[in-house]
Every structure is written in structure tokens, then in C-alpha cells.
Design a protein around this ligand. Structure first.
Ligand code: SF4
Length: 333
């Protein structure tokens, strides 16, 4: 089933904090908070293409939705609520901070047809949260997640890699603790240094080194594998490209096809492990993959093929629709 979000970006307004990495204005690509009229127009525009889409959610992203001024929040929900249940609109999705959730807010969200709540957890290490001025603790992530699930909402959690003061092992630990909260979805964002942030100052002074792209790809490929192994859908890997992101991005592991790089890296790891365990160098090896996986299997600019060849394997990738997505079959010729 084709699914889409009608995304409305709520900027920094509701947030009383200033996280080290956040330049919300650039990331959302908008400075002005949407009005009820904007919500109605966006949904009506989306309705015209809904025959092809089949299922959609009205999504308020980008800020701390439940922390914006209460009257504004209700007016946005009132504009969106009448569309829920009609023309394929399954519900309303919001994103917010863990400390902006309580039972009263959850009851209110329920009343207006909100179906999914995403929490920006970012890390489950209190020291890392503190270093990055998040203004909440890991215990608050746990409490808010439990409340969201108890009210019957779909739970989404967002984490970041390469945060100031974090390590790859720390990010894996965050992933394990987030998985234990049984979210339905996860988003993973590698930390990018944006202009006019505290992280920019830390980077310029040499106190913070962003991850290299290769490093971030390798870590995020591992995280992707971990979450999928836990049956948790990773619905986003890497920040969306916007003109504002392009303009204000100073350093860090950003790539327009970041997820594709991670999936390709994961494919390579699996193939390499299989060859290392079962195949001697010198054989010509045929690797059958689903046609939809061929670019992942080969890697960007045939990187995977080149790496395997350099290791002494003579490899041919063959497309075979009988092979399940994400799987492969190896035969020595
Ligand atoms: S909580 Fe979200 S909106 Fe607020 S400063 Fe941090 S990242 Fe930005």
C-alpha cells in the first residue's frame, strides 16, 4: 500500500531549549508557524493525489508540537481533525519532546484524532543529553514512551549518532534502550554541524569532530540491522535535503542518499561474511539478488563489487526476481 504524509513543519516556537546542534529554522526550511488555513489547504491539495496514495497521515513535524502555545496547537488540530477517517487519511502524526508529554496532553491529542507520536529521544545517555543541552533525561524518554503506548498511540522514537560526547558504542547502547521501549518506528539522524549553533562553536574551537561519512554509514548500517532484527521499522535515515540545509550545513556526514549508502554497506557486510566463511579466493562466484536490490548490492559507483574484487574474489551479480528483497544466494561457478 502506498503511504504518504502531508507534512506541515512547526518551527522552533514551542521549544524553550536550545540543543547544541539545533538550527530548527534551517532544518524545517520554514520560520513561520503554519495556520489552520495552511493545514486545510495542504490537506486539500494532497486529496487530489490520494487515489494513487491510498493511505496518508497529516503530520506536524519539525518542532515540539505539544509545547507550542496551547491555543495554536488546538487550532491546528481542529483544522486537521475533520479530515481524519476520510479519503484515506488514517490519522494525525506529531513529533515532540519527551518532557512535553503528560496525561492531560495525551487525552487532548486522542480527542483530535492523533494516531502517532514521535519523540525526539536523541540519546539514552544522560551525560550526552546534558552535553548537548537537551534539557530532558533518558528517564523522561522512558516515561513518555510508556504513557504514549498506554494511551494506544503508535510510538515513534528518534535518535542521533555522532552527538557531542557520544561514541559509536554509546549509540548502540541508545539503540538497545530505545528498542526495549517497543517503538513502532525509528528515525536515525547523524549529527550535522549547522551554522549558528553551539555545535558550530565547539567544532570551530576543535572540541568537536563530526563523524566522517564512511564512519556514520558503517554505524548507521549496524543500527539499521539491529532495529530490523528487533522487528522495528526504520522509517528515516539521515536528514532530508532542503535548500536551507544546504545553505547552513557546515560539516558532518550528510549525503542525499544516506540510507542507500547504509543499505549498500550492510549488503556488502553480509556478502563479505558469507564469502569469508564459505568460499575460497580464486573461485568465480555468482551472487543472485532481487532486481530491486541490484544497485544496493553493487554499491555506489560499484563500490561493493570493486572491494570484493580487490580482496581476490571474482564476483558476478545476477538479477533474479525469485530472490526475496534484502536476501542473496551465492554459487561458485
Ligand atoms: S528540542 Fe527540538 S526544536 Fe528544541 S532546540 Fe532541541 S532540537 Fe531544536
Amino acid at each position: 500500500m502506498k503511504h504518504a504524509n502531508v507534512a506541515l513543519f512547526v518551527p522552533h516556537n514551542g521549544c524553550l531549549h536550545q540543543c547544541s546542534f539545533c538550527n530548527q529554522r534551517s532544518i524545517t526550511g520554514r520560520q513561520i508557524q503554519p495556520t489552520a488555513r495552511d493545514v486545510i489547504e495542504a490537506v486539500q491539495t494532497a486529496q487530489r493525489s490520494l487515489q494513487e496514495i491510498q493511505s496518508a497521515e497529516i503530520a506536524f513535524f519539525g518542532g515540539s508540537f505539544t509545547a507550542i502555545e496551547r491555543g495554536d496547537m488546538i487550532s491546528l488540530l481542529e483544522a486537521a481533525a475533520p479530515f481524519v477517517g476520510k479519503d484515506g487519511f488514517a490519522g494525525i502524526r506529531i513529533s515532540t519532546r519527551p518532557d512535553a508529554i503528560d496525561e492531560e496532553i495525551l487525552s487532548l491529542l486522542k480527542r483530535y484524532g492523533v494516531s502517532s507520536i514521535e519523540l525526539g529521544a536523541q540519546s539514552m545517555d544522560d551525560r550526552v543529553l546534558d552535553c548537548n543541552r537537551r534539557g530532558h533525561t533518558s528517564a523522561q524518554v522512558e516515561k513518555a514512551s510508556a504513557q504514549i503506548r498506554a494511551y494506544g498511540f503508535s510510538l515513534g522514537l528518534q535518535m542521533m549518532t555522532g552527538l557531542y560526547g557520544d561514541t559509536p558504542a554509546g549509540a548502540m547502547n541508545t539503540a538497545r534502550r530505545l528498542a526495549a521501549l517497543k517503538p513502532d518506528t525509528i528515525r536515525i539522524y547523524p549529527t550535522i554541524v549547522m551554522r549558528e549553533t553551539e555545535l558550530e562553536a565547539l567544532y570551530q574551537s576543535g572540541a568537536y569532530f563530526p563523524m566522517e561519512l564512511e564512519e556514520a554509514v558503517s554505524l548507521c548500517a549496524e543500527l539499521l540491522d539491529f532495529f530490523e532484527g528487533e522487528q522495528i521499522r526504520v522509517i528515516r535515515l539521515g536528514l532530508h535535503s532542503t535548500p536551507e540545509l544546504e545553505r547552513d550545513r557546515l560539516a558532518g556526514p550528510w549525503h542525499p542518499a544516506f540510507r542507500e549508502l547504509c543499505e549498500s554497506h550492510r549488503f556488502y557486510n553480509k556478502v563479505y561474511k558469507c564469502l569469508k566463511d564459505d568460499m575460497d579466493i580464486g573461485f568465480t562466484i555468482k551472487i543472485r539478488v532481487n532486481p530491486k536490490d541490484i544497485s544496493k548490492a553493487l554499491g555506489q559507483k560499484k563500490k561493493n563489487l570493486t572491494a570484493l574484487t580487490q580482496m581476490g574474489y571474482s564476483v558476478r551479480f545476477v538479477q533474479d526476481a525469485q530472490i526475496d528483497l534484502g536476501q542473496f544466494q551465492v554459487n561458485a561457478l
